[in-house]
Write a protein that binds this ligand. Structure first.
Ligand SMILES: NC(=O)C1=CN([C@@H]2O[C@H](COP(=O)(O)OP(=O)(O)OC[C@H]3O[C@@H](n4cnc5c(N)ncnc54)[C@H](O)[C@@H]3O)[C@@H](O)[C@H]2O)C=CC1
Ligand SMILES: O=C(O)C(=O)CO
Length: 313
């Protein structure tokens, strides 16, 4: 079996040695421009079109991340990016759920314990104990209840918060109230105090966190965007922060990355920013997932993780 690997920044040698340990019989190589040699499987992130165009014999392509929006948007512009009929797989969890849990739980507790208010008081040298918030006033609403959203929901249930999720179809996570479809989005938003976004980027989800949705949240709500920048209408967020509807926001992803220096988000006192690091690809766990998927595919089985190209995730 031949495997080709391409990632613009990852250490290819490290990945290839991890893969080789899991798949000792495979011939694995880093793909370089001009390589048209045989390949059964391709592992890619931002692949150049010439890597996959016209390839025959390819059994599957693996995206080296959870979100496949960048590859699908390139595919729209250049249908040769993926050979027709070849399935595309993405990473399911592979260590990202734990990172998302850490990020979401720490930030929810930061707001719940009013550390944002105490930081503001500290800057004024003010010693002023504030009233506690009650968990019952701190409903967490998670947009997107898939592999990552589901795990984040479970961890917040463990901290005793009322948790609800919104997805395409109803979910059955223990202790989590499930809402589904556009017709239940308002009911989901109503009374949500912390809105956490873990949706995929598709035409249906772009701009979903806008004034209309934010105005339906509880007063003094918070927004935590962990998915993609295009989900959030940044001007609407700033308006809601300045009107007092929103108390704070923490953003990991932006419609333009790196976030330009002139963005007002950098300077807003109630916006916290991380540079798209909420959950990164962990090589060893990713390789385990990819290898086991390849083994299943080679046996003619139907492993999970295949992207529905029509649906867009
Ligand atoms: N900031 C970061 O570092 C990272 C961000 N991500 C983002 O997180 C996203 C989610 O990842 P997973 O949980 O693995 O995806 P997933 O495919 O397992 O879950 C997606 C969820 O969104 C829901 N959904 C999709 N379209 C919908 C619609 N139109 N209406 C209602 N619900 C809809 C699905 O029902 C599902 O519950 C990725 O697509 C990626 O963009 C992923 C990893 C790291
Ligand atoms: O895996 C993804 O989709 C990411 O955003 C990685 O940072």
């Amino acid at each position: 079996m031949d495997i080709i690997f391409y990632h613009p920044t990852f250490d290819a040698n490290h990945w290839i040695s991890l893969l080789q340990r899991q798949l000792p019989q495979a011939r694995i190589r880093e793909w370089r421009s001009g390589d048209n040699g045989p390949a059964d499987y391709a592992l890619v992130w931002h692949p150049p079109v010439e890597m996959l165009r016209g390839r025959t014999g390819l059994k599957a392509v693996f995206a080296l991340g959870a979100g496949v929006d960048s590859i699908l948007s390139k595919l729209k512009k250049d249908p040769d990016l993926l050979p027709a009929g070849v399935p595309l797989f993405r990473l399911e969890d592979t260590g990202m759920a734990e990172q998302m849990q850490e990020y979401a739980v720490s930030q929810v507790l930061h707001w719940f314990r009013r550390f944002d208010d105490y930081q503001a008081l500290k800057l004024q040298a003010k010693w002023e104990p504030l009233a506690d918030y009650e968990r019952e006033d701190f409903t967490i609403g998670i947009l997107g209840a898939g592999v990552l959203g589901g795990k984040v929901a479970e961890s917040l249930v463990g901290w005793g918060f009322p948790v609800r999720c919104w997805s395409r179809s109803h979910k059955n996570y223990s202790g989590v109230k499930s809402f589904a479809g556009r017709e239940e989005l308002s009911a989901f938003a109503n009374n949500t105090r912390v809105l956490i976004n873990l949706l995929p980027n598709t035409p249906e989800t772009v701009g979903i966190i806008n004034s209309e949705l934010v105005n339906q949240l509880a007063d003094n709500a918070y927004v935590l965007n962990l998915a993609r920048g295009v989900h959030l209408v940044e001007d609407d967020l700033l308006t809601a922060l300045d009107s007092g509807k929103l108390k704070g926001a923490m953003l990991d992803v932006f419609s333009r990355e790196p976030l330009p220096a002139e963005s007002p988000l950098w300077r807003h006192p109630r916006v916290a920013i991380t540079p798209h690091v909420a959950a990164v690809t962990r090589p060893a766990q990713a390789v385990e997932f990819i290898s086991s998927t390849i083994i299943q595919l080679d046996k003619g089985q139907h492993p999970t993780g295949q992207v529905d190209l029509q649906r867009g995730y």
